[in-house]
Structures are given as structure tokens and as C-alpha cells.
Design a protein around this ligand. Structure first.
Ligand SMILES: *Cc1c(COP(=O)(O)O)cnc(C)c1O
Length: 365
């Protein structure tokens, strides 16, 4: 049996008639940018998240960048970011001319450790940027409380956390603004690049609406130096067609995750830890093992595809040499990056595939 790391076909099958109709509808409409499809999806996504406003954007990186700019981040400012995250979280800060200030995660949840945030706050800090990594919601109550106390804003990176809940409330309405990616492999994915921002703040929504369209409210009149970063009509229509299936697909992820947690209990691997109050979206099922590379190779021999999220932490990337960090500066993140391995977990995985995965991990770990 072979088990690919990810197969998007069952997710397509779950909404295929609606997706195919949406693509045909947009093609026939002759209108491809900033139209009715986008407006409809923005309304649906805002309602789904329980947020007042949603804006469709070109991709997740732009969503983070424009969200930060709308919250007032600029040249010389500092933004608190996790030391373990996808590079996009840091790049968005740099694109504002600001400096990413890394804070170590809680080693069990992989999310920003609220107890370590205050030590990183300086007079230049503007925003705290937690990431709901692997689909596990961060402790937003603690993070929001710290931000309020210090007069800071919170933007959360929700790229991996569609439909996740923290203390019963959906991620996407728990911060001053929330940034989304609809990259094809995310839990709600387009058929190309896509991103979005949700917020209850009408001023933030208005600023992002202008920034995503060349800094222009009225065509050919430019108030600020904006970007071209709009969710196009095809992608908006695809996302609207897929949204009704998101809850059922997330339930499937939760069921598979429960089977894996059960089947791997007692095996010599570190399993995902779900704190009280967290309902993860299970974007990724990440285990830890001291001999991670050997485990990955042995699973590949048994036909099981795995990936590493992520092999190199941002502070050790050549792209961030300018910050002058060295190995050992963020030991929690570095240990995580050395040991994590993401197992296959996608809607449509069969019981036999889940059983095969459990057997394979148990026999090689
Ligand atoms: C995917 C991802 C992004 C970036 O999204 P894109 O749409 O690929 O630009 C940002 N942050 C995290 C945590 C991600 O997983």
C-alpha cells in the first residue's frame, strides 16, 4: 500500500459539481477581478468566522503584510513573532520595514509561549503576531491580555487554522485582525493562490481594501503606495463553492487525528498535545522523534509519504543573516525543527490507510 502525504482529489470530489459550475459561471461572465464572486465570498467567509469584515487578497503572505500595515506597522517598528513558524510570518514583518522579534514557543503546543512574550516587548513593539501552527489554536486570551496591557495590537496568522476553535470561538475573530491563506494545500484551498483578512475593525478593513488595489479607492487616484493583491473571481467562486463542505471535511480530519492519537499511544514518538480549550483544525499531524531523518526514510520504504514543517527555523535562514542570529539562540525552535515529522492526514484517507500508517510508524519508530 502506498500512502501519499497529501491527496486533494477527495476534497475536490466533496464539492465537485459546485466547483465546476463556479468555474464555468466565471468563465462565461467575462468579469475576473473585483466583482460579485469576491463580494459573495467575502460575506460568507466573514459570517463563517463570526467576524464583521472579510477581504479577499492575493495570498497569505500579502494578507499578513497588509494586515500589519493596516494596524500601523512601519519602518523601525518591531513585531513579536514565533521563533518556529513558516518564513512568511517573518517576511510580512520585513516587508513593512519592521523587525521580526522572535519569541520561543511552548514545546508541547508549538505555539507562542505567552509567558515569554513580555520580555521581548520594547518601546518599538507595535504588534504581537501569533501563528496557529499546524492548525492548533494559540492561547488567544493570554496573548490578547498582554497586548491590551501594553497597548499593542494582535494580528494572528490563521493560514493553517481554518475552522479551528479556541474556547468555543472560531479562529478569525479572536484578534484585531486575522490573516488567511487559501493556498491549494490549506484546509480551505483555492485552485491557485489566494488569501484573506478578517477583522471587526472597520478602519482596518477599509485600509486593506485600499492597499490591496494600488492604494486606490477611486480608479487612477492613489492615496497610498499599495499592492496589487486581490483574490480573483475564479478563486473566490471556487472557495465559496468549497466552503459548505469545510465543516464535514474538518470533522474527518478530527476523526483521523483521534485514530492516530489512539493508535500511536505508547509508541516511542512525541505525539501532538491538545490543551484544554483548543479544537485544532488538524492541518498537519506532527510527531517528534530524535532520529527523525531515519524515521522518514523508513516510512518512505513502506510507501508512506511525510514532510518536515520546517527543516530550518527562520533565524537560521540565509535570508535573515542580517539579524545576526546564530545556532543556539532559539533552542526550543531549533530542537523542534530537528525532530518534527508531519504524517499524512487528509479528508478521504481510508480506514485501511490510517491502519497502515499506524502500523508503519509503530514498526519503524
Ligand atoms: C501557507 C502559510 C503562509 C503563507 O500563505 P501563502 O498563501 O502561501 O502566501 C503564512 N503563514 C503560514 C503559517 C502558512 O502556513
Amino acid at each position: 500500500m502506498t500512502l501519499p502525504f497529501l491527496d486533494l482529489q477527495p476534497t475536490y470530489a466533496a464539492s465537485r459539481p459546485a466547483i465546476d459550475a463556479a468555474l464555468a459561471r466565471v468563465a462565461a461572465s467575462g468579469w475576473f477581478i473585483l466583482g460579485r464572486e469576491l463580494e459573495a465570498f467575502e460575506r460568507q467567509w466573514a459570517d463563517y468566522c463570526g467576524s464583521a469584515h472579510a477581504l479577499g487578497l492575493g495570498n497569505g503572505l500579502d494578507a499578513l503584510h497588509l494586515g500589519l500595515r493596516a494596524l500601523g506597522v512601519g519602518e523601525g517598528d518591531e513585531v513579536i513573532v514565533p521563533s518556529n513558524t513558516y518564513i512568511a510570518t517573518w517576511l510580512a514583518v520585513s516587508q513593512c520595514g519592521a523587525r521580526p522579534v522572535p519569541v520561543e514557543p511552548d514545546v508541547r503546543t508549538y505555539n507562542l509561549d505567552p509567558a515569554r512574550i513580555e520580555a521581548a516587548i520594547t518601546p518599538r513593539t507595535r504588534v504581537i503576531l501569533p501563528v496557529h501552527l499546524y492548525g492548533q489554536p494559540a492561547d488567544m486570551d493570554a496573548i490578547n491580555a498582554i497586548a491590551r496591557w501594553h497597548g499593542l495590537k494582535v494580528l494572528d496568522d490563521c493560514a493553517q487554522a481554518h475552522a479551528a476553535r479556541w474556547r468555543g470561538r472560531r479562529v478569525g475573530a479572536l484578534a484585531d485582525a486575522s490573516a488567511w491563506s487559501f493556498y491549494p494545500g490549506k484546509n480551505l484551498g483555492a485552485m491557485g493562490d489566494g488569501g484573506g483578512l478578517t477583522t471587526d475593525d472597520a478602519g482596518v478593513a477599509d485600509a486593506v481594501r485600499v492597499l490591496r488595489n494600488y492604494g486606490s479607492r477611486v480608479k487612477y487616484h492613489n492615496e497610498v503606495k499599495g499592492l496589487n493583491s486581490r483574490l480573483d473571481e475564479m478563486q473566490a467562486a471556487v472557495l465559496a463553492a468549497k466552503l459548505p463542505a469545510l465543516d464535514a471535511l474538518t470533522d474527518q480530519r478530527r476523526q483521523i487525528a483521534a485514530c492516530l492519537l489512539d493508535g500511536l499511544a505508547g509508541a516511542p514518538v512525541g505525539l501532538p498535545f491538545v490543551p484544554d480549550g483548543a479544537e485544532p483544525a488538524w492541518h498537519l499531524f506532527v510527531i517528534r522523534h530524535e532520529a527523525r531523518d531515519r524515521l522518514q526514510a523508513a516510512l518512505a520504504e513502506r510507501g508512506v509519504g511525510t514532510l518536515i514543517h520546517y527543516p530550518v527555523p527562520p533565524h537560521l535562514q540565509p535570508a535573515y543573516a542580517e539579524l545576526g542570529y546564530a545556532a543556539g539562540d532559539f533552542p526550543v525552535a531549533e530542537a523542534i525543527h530537528r525532530e518534527v515529522l508531519s504524517l499524512p492526514l487528509w479528508p478521504g484517507m481510508s480506514e485501511a490507510q490510517v491502519a497502515h500508517l499506524i502500523d508503519a510508524v509503530r514498526s519503524v519508530a
